[in-house]
Design a protein around this ligand. Structure first.
Ligand SMILES: [Ca+2]
Length: 277
């Protein structure tokens, strides 16, 4: 588990115990600007054994960039510090930050647009992308453009997880209308900043599910268990209700959400449509 503000890394046991194992150098976070950077994602090598394979990967915001770094973990402490991929534009906001090792054992890196939406559409930019790289930071084999870019047109992607069929899902924080759950396919353009949520612009891939940005909390991590996607959100959903503004054929419904202030449940609108392949 990583701590954004401090750079500290914890090893958490299944029984809830936690032990500090070290920290990642160079991660910076500013309270004044309420940075959404700092120490971000973590991914452990799928073949980690503490001896011949000690690789653990982190994504962090430094004073100059967002970067992916590798450290060694021997089972009790972190050591070493090797930048793997540097130069991803940083900002106080929209840093993305999740990294994950895919079923193909390549690193997938979710990068934000650093509040420069045009970067998400620039295929030669590392920002506003899902990158697919090797453990040394090179473009992974068979990437769609021959670069590190796997998909583009992302605003501030946060969650990455694969389902039982090996399909990659992603959550993404929208601007003012829609947060998104996307099914990620290589080379696809997920729309930002031309589209937020569902749209009909040519060449854009629409999300599989959206919810209003103040009606579900900003999405963070996702996980798939028994082919159910679980998404965590980072803020208390608003109970402010409004008639749904669902796009296209999407339908309005509601979901229950607990209210931390009232200790009761209320319902808020969402939009949904049947899942498609
Ligand atoms: Ca989108």
């Amino acid at each position: 588990m990583t701590e954004r503000n401090t750079g500290v890394v914890w090893k958490v046991g299944l029984n809830g115990s936690k032990k500090r194992v070290g920290s990642v150098p160079n991660a910076v976070w500013s309270k004044a600007t309420q940075d959404k950077g700092g120490l971000l994602g973590v991914a452990v090598s799928p073949t980690w054994n503490g001896t011949t394979d000690q690789d653990v990967f982190f994504m962090e915001t430094t004073a100059t960039d967002n970067r992916v770094v590798r450290m060694k973990f021997n089972g009790s402490t972190l050591s070493g510090y090797t930048p793997v991929l540097t130069g991803i534009v940083r900002d106080t906001q929209h840093n993305g930050g999740t990294i994950a090792l895919g079923p193909d054992r390549y690193l997938y890196v979710a990068t934000g647009d650093a509040q420069q939406g045009r970067l998400a559409q620039k295929k030669n930019s590392l920002n506003g992308k899902i990158l697919r790289i090797t453990k040394t930071g090179a473009a992974a084999p068979r990437n769609p453009f021959g670069t590190r870019v796997y998909s583009y047109g992302h605003r501030n992607p946060q969650g990455l997880a694969w389902d039982g069929s090996g399909r990659l899902w992603e959550t993404e924080i929208g601007q003012s209308a829609w947060d998104e759950l996307n099914l990620i396919k290589p080379g696809r353009n997920y729309g930002w900043p031309t589209c937020e949520g569902h749209c009909s612009a040519a060449g854009m891939t629409n999300p599989k599910f959206v919810w209003a940005v103040d009606h579900g909390g900003a999405p963070a991590q996702i996980a798939v268990a028994d082919n159910v996607i679980y998404a965590s959100t980072t803020s208390t959903p608003s109970t402010r209700s409004s008639s749904s503004e669902c796009p296209g054929a999407w339908t309005a419904s509601s979901w229950p959400t607990s209210s931390s202030t009232a200790g009761a449940c209320s319902t808020v609108p969402r939009c949904s449509r049947p899942a498609t392949s």
